[in-house]
Design a binder for this molecule. Structure first.
Ligand code: ACO
Ligand code: KIV
Length: 523
C-alpha cells in the first residue's frame, strides 16, 4: 500500500514510550503474571523499542521486587522503572530493585487533588509539598533518573498542581507525569492542563512531561495524544490497554495513530510496529485476558473484511478500506472473510485462490448455493466452499435432484420424511415412516426411485468445527457387480444424507446408461 499520509514540513519530534503493562496493567483484577511471564513480556517490550519499562511496584511484595530486579538485570536497552509511594521505605525498595539496570528509574507519586488529600492521604497541601521535596530528594540520591507523578492531577486545581510540579523538579525530578488517574478528563482539558503547567512553572524546561491516561470514559488514547499536543513528550500506556478498571491507553493504538496520522501528529516513537500483534498475543496469553475481536490494531477483525462492497474495494485497491497495512503491525495479510455479506467479487477471488476455474453458469450456481449456506451458517470456511462447489460440479448433470426434504424426528417416533424430487423435470413427492430419520429418508428415496442397489456404507463426518458445521455424508451402493460411492454435504445431516444417496443413485444410473449405450453401439 502506498503511504497515503503526507508528513508535515517540520521534522517529527520524538515521543518516549513508557510501558506500564507489568505495573498498572497487572493491577487489573485477574491479570497477575508469573515471574517467567513477566520476563517474557519485558523482553518483548525491550526488543520492540519501548523506551521505559515500568516493571512493577517493588514494595508491594517480594515477588514484585524480584521481578523488577530480574528485569533490570536482563534489560538490554530500555530504562527500567520501579514504582514507589512518597514513603521512604517504598523509595528505598524501588532503588534496590532498579539498581541492577543499565539505566534505572524510580517513579514516585503522591496525590495532589483535594479529594485525595482529604480522604486518602489525610494531609494538607503544605504537608504534601513537604513530602514531595523530601521523597524526590531521597530518590535522587539513589538514582539520577526520577519520575514524579501527581496522582489525580486532572482533578487538582491548577495553582496547586503548578506548586507541586515546581517542588518536584526543584528536588530533582527529571520526568513529571500528570496522570488522569480516574479517566475524568476530556482531550481539550488535558491538552490545556499541560500547556498551562509548562507555561507557568518556572523550571518546567528541566523536565520531560508525561501523560498517563485511564479509559473510564473511553478517552485514554485521545487524551494521551492531546497531552502530547500540550507539550508532553512521554506517553504511559499498556499493551492491549490493560490496566486499573477500564484500563490504560493502549500502546498499539497510540503508536499506530502517530505513525498513520503523521500529517496531523508530527511525532515519532522508537517502536518497531511490526511486533505489535506479537506483543498483544503474548500479553493476552500471559494475563488470560482475551483481546476483543474488534479491538483497534490487534483485534482479530482489525484487518478482516466480510461485507461484499468492502471486499470488492479491497480487491481493487487496499487503500479503499485500510488506513494502514496489516504487515505494518505484524499481521500476515488482510483477510476477506466469506459470509452472508460477501459479494461475487470476493467469492470469485476466493474460488480462484482455491484453484477453481468455473464457467459463468457454474459460478452463478455456486454463488447462490454459497449465499444460501452463509445464511444458515455462522462461519463459512474454505472446506465448506470446497464441499459445495465440488457437489455442484458433480451434480450438474444429475437425472435425479433433491427439491426439498422435511423430517420429523425425536423421541416420540415413528420418524417421518417428506421428500420431493425432480426426476428429469418431473416433480414427485413421497411421505414415509422409518426406523429413525435416516431410514425414513432412504425409504422415501426408494419409493420414488425404485432400485435393487444395496446400501453398503453410510458414513457421516463434520467438514469443519462447531455445531453449525456442514455434515459430509458418504454413501456406498452396490448393484450386481457395480459399486459406487458418493458424497453429500449440508449443515443438516439428513439433507446431506439424502444428497449422498441420490448422488450414488445418479452415478449408478449414469453408469448403467453408459453401459447400455456401449452395448447398443456394439450390436
Ligand atoms: C493510581 C495507582 O495506580 S497507584 C498504585 C496502586 N497499586 C497498588 O496499590 C498495588 C500495590 N499495592 C500494595 O501492594 C499495597 O497497597 C501496598 C504494599 C503498597 C501498601 O499496603 P498497606 O501498607 O497494607 O496499605 P494499604 O494498601 O492498606 O493502604 C495504602 C496506604 O498508602 C497510602 N498512600 C497511598 N498512596 C500514597 C502515596 N502516593 N504516597 C504515600 N502514601 C500513599 C494510603 O494513604 C494508605 O495509608 P494509610 O494506611 O496510612 O491510610
Ligand atoms: C501511579 C500513577 C502514575 C498512576 O498509575 C495513576 O495515577 O493512574
Amino acid at each position: 500500500m502506498t503511504d497515503q499520509t503526507a508528513r508535515t514540513a517540520s521534522p517529527a519530534e520524538r515521543v518516549l514510550i513508557f510501558d506500564t503493562t507489568l505495573r498498572d496493567g497487572e493491577q487489573c483484577p485477574g491479570a497477575t503474571m508469573t515471574l517467567e511471564e513477566k520476563l517474557a513480556v519485558a523482553e518483548m517490550l525491550d526488543t520492540m523499542g519501548v523506551d521505559i519499562i515500568e516493571a512493577g511496584f517493588p514494595i508491594a511484595s517480594n515477588g514484585d521486587f524480584e521481578a523488577v530486579a530480574e528485569i533490570a538485570r536482563r534489560s538490554k536497552r530500555a530504562v527500567i522503572a520501579g514504582l514507589a509511594r512518597a514513603i521512604p521505605a517504598d523509595i528505598a525498595r524501588a532503588g534496590e530493585a532498579v539498581k541492577f539496570a543499565r539505566r534505572g528509574r524510580i517513579h514516585t507519586f503522591v496525590s495532589t487533588s483535594p479529594i485525595h488529600l482529604a480522604h486518602q492521604m489525610r494531609k494538607t497541601e503544605d504537608e504534601v509539598v513537604e513530602i514531595i521535596l523530601k521523597t524526590v530528594a531521597q530518590a535522587r540520591d539513589l538514582v539520577e533518573d526520577i519520575e514524579w507523578s501527581a496522582m489525580d492531577a486532572t482533578r487538582t486545581p491548577i495553582d496547586y498542581l503548578c506548586r507541586c510540579v515546581e517542588a518536584a523538579i526543584r528536588a530533582g525530578a527529571t520526568t513529571i507525569n500528570l496522570p488522569d488517574t480516574v479517566g475524568y478528563a476530556t482531550p481539550d482539558e488535558y491538552r490545556a492542563m499541560f500547556r498551562s503547567v509548562r507555561e507557568r512553572v518556572p523550571n518546567a524546561d528541566k523536565a520531560v512531561f508525561s501523560v498517563h491516561c485511564h479509559n473510564d470514559l473511553g478517552l485514554a488514547v485521545a487524551n494521551s495524544l492531546a497531552g502530547i499536543e500540550g507539550g508532553a513528550r512521554q506517553i504511559e500506556c499498556t499493551i492491549n490497554g490493560i490496566g486499573e478498571r477500564a484500563g490504560n491507553a493502549a500502546l498499539e493504538e497510540i503508536v499506530m495513530a502517530i505513525k498513520t496520522r503523521a500529517d496531523v501528529l508530527p511525532y515519532e516513537t522508537g517502536i518497531d510496529t511490526t511486533q505489535l500483534v506479537r506483543a498483544s498475543k503474548l500479553v493476552a496469553g500471559a494475563t488470560h485476558f482475551p483481546v476483543q475481536y474488534n479491538k483497534a490494531i490487534v483485534g482479530r477483525n482489525a484487518f478482516a473484511h466480510e461485507s461484499g462492497i468492502h471486499q470488492d474495494g479491497m480487491l481493487k485497491n487496499q487503500t479503499t478500506y485500510e488506513i494502514m497495512t496489516p504487515e505494518s503491525v505484524g499481521v500476515h495479510k488482510t483477510s476477506l472473510v466469506m459470509g452472508k455479506h460477501s459479494g461475487r467479487a470476493a467469492f470469485r477471488s476466493k474460488l480462484e485462490d482455491m484453484g477453481y476455474r468455473l464457467s459463468d453458469n457454474q459460478f452463478q450456481d455456486a454463488f447462490e448455493r454459497f449465499k444460501a449456506l452463509a445464511d444458515r451458517k455462522k462461519h463459512v470456511y474454505d472446506e465448506d466452499i470446497e464441499a459445495l462447489v465440488d457437489e455442484n460440479l458433480a451434480t450438474a448433470h444429475d437425472r435425479i435432484k433433491l427439491v426439498s426434504l422435511t423430517v420429523i424426528a425425536g423421541t416420540r417416533g415413528p420418524q417421518r420424511a417428506t421428500l420431493r424430487l425432480d426426476i428429469e423435470g418431473r416433480i414427485v413427492t413421497e411421505e414415509t415412516d422409518g426406523n429413525g430419520p435416516v431410514d425414513a429418508v432412504f425409504k422415501a428415496i426408494h419409493a420414488l426411485v425404485p432400485h435393487e442397489a444395496a446400501l453398503e456404507l453410510y458414513d457421516v463426518h463434520a467438514v469443519t468445527e462447531g455445531t453449525d458445521a456442514q455434515a459430509e455424508v458418504s454413501v456406498r451402493l452396490r448393484q450386481d457387480d457395480r459399486i459406487v460411492t458418493a458424497r453429500g454435504a449440508d449443515p443438516d445431516t439428513l439433507v446431506a444424507s439424502a444428497k449422498a444417496y441420490l448422488a450414488a443413485l445418479n452415478k449408478l444410473q449414469a453408469g448403467a446408461s453408459r453401459l447400455h449405450a456401449q452395448h447398443a453401439a456394439a450390436e
